[in-house]
Design a protein around this ligand. Structure first.
Ligand SMILES: Cc1cc2nc3c(=O)[nH]c(=O)nc-3n(C[C@H](O)[C@H](O)[C@H](O)COP(=O)(O)O)c2cc1C
Length: 344
């Protein structure tokens, strides 16, 4: 039976364990240039030293105004490649594999003078009303995703994650509440996301997995439910997504009835539903801080990988602590061996 510490393999991606650092914005770019700096290096490499199997670098955007804030990472120019490559190379020294989340924030680009979106509908009354993209501009953004993925491959990443969740641009296109277009991208709500996946795949080596992050359900009034989440995943699987990273919500103000659970493991049932109905590997995420719980998600076959977010902000050595608690073996850097029980 699998557990948190059994290796995982998908195509050419080989992980030493099933622990994932999910993408989490650091809002720490210092010159608004989208370039990773020492903070990003230390932050990600610490989690690699700490025994994490797969590190997914935060939302990294395909154009400056596609960022949530001007302090987010980008991959819209070649100068942004080398600092990321340095992070990847250093993480590899500790046996971690590294992916990067490629994204466009669409109407949730807070620092953009005029954000863009499928339709001119604001996120809420405090947000800017976005400008509707022309059909030609939509196609240009698909090409920007292509170029960002090309640069990520150059930087040496082991996998690519496309951000299709949390109400960002791809999610805005596939949600009937935010896409009111009557062109080809409105008639087929998954056309934009599918085109992004296809161009991403065309830039990636054959054996490199393509991960897609998806909100399995929406929390706004009238938002879609898990049946739609399953249909979306089926369409995106067809377009080339290999693994789904299952989250939820983020598309707008939460409806009274739509408030997400705040209990441990609240999104695991969605991961399991997508896994079973779409016949795909999945990453579960959301308050899986307790090693016993995270381990049971793997052992029960709810998901293939588990992502530990905020708990890894608190503790970059989460994997070491989990191994100690669960009595599993994990390789600790020689410098730290004296800090651990002998059986680890
Ligand atoms: C500060 C912060 C930044 C985040 N940034 C991203 C991001 O860049 N991309 C993304 O898909 N999710 C992002 N998330 C969501 C996390 O990846 C994760 O899904 C969420 O924190 C739930 O997992 P947890 O309970 O283990 O923290 C962010 C969350 C936090 C707290």
């Amino acid at each position: 039976m699998e557990n948190l510490f059994t290796p995982y393999e998908f195509k050419g991606l080989k992980l030493k364990n099933r622990i994932v650092l999910p993408p989490m914005c650091q809002y720490s770019v210092d010159k608004k240039d989208g370039i990773a700096n020492d903070w990003h290096f230390v932050h990600y490499v610490s989690r690699a030293v700490g025994g994490t199997g797969l590190i997914i670098i935060e939302m990294t955007d395909v154009e400056p105004d596609g960022r949530i804030s001007d302090y987010d990472l980008g991959l819209w120019c070649d100068e942004q490649i080398e600092p990321l490559e340095r992070i990847v190379n250093e993480c590899h020294k500790y046996g971690a594999k590294v992916a990067i989340q490629i994204a466009h924030a669409g109407r949730k680009a807070e620092d953009a003078k005029v954000p863009v979106a499928p339709s001119p509908i604001a996120f809420d009354e405090n947000s800017k009303t976005p400008r509707e993209l022309t059909t030609g501009e939509v196609k240009e953004i698909v090409e920007k995703f292509r170029m960002a993925v090309r640069r990520a491959v150059k930087a040496g990443f082991d996998a690519i994650e496309i951000h299709g969740a949390h109400g960002y641009l791809i999610h805005q296109f596939h949600s009937p509440l935010t896409n009111k277009r009557d062109d080809e991208y409105g008639k087929d709500l998954t056309k934009f996301g599918s085109e992004v996946l296809k161009v991403a795949k065309s830039e990636m080596p054959e054996d490199m997995p393509l991960i897609m992050r998806l909100s399995a359900i929406e929390y706004v009034e009238g938002g879609y439910g898990i049946e739609t989440g399953i249909e979306l995943a089926k369409a995106y699987k067809k377009a080339g997504a290999d693994i789904f990273h299952i989250s939820a919500g983020g598309e707008g103000p939460i409806a009274a009835a739509g408030r997400p659970g705040t209990h441990a493991g609240y999104q695991v049932p969605f991961a399991r539903a997508i896994k079973e109905n779409v016949n795909t590997d999945v990453i579960a995420v959301g308050r899986l801080d307790e090693p016993d719980l995270a381990n049971s998600v793997i052992g029960n076959g709810d998901a293939d990988l588990v992502a530990i977010g905020r708990a890894m902000f608190r503790n970059p050595y989460w994997a070491f602590d989990a191994a100690t608690k669960l009595g599993k073996k994990i390789k600790v850097p020689k410098q730290y061996i004296n800090g651990f029980p002998r059986n680890i």
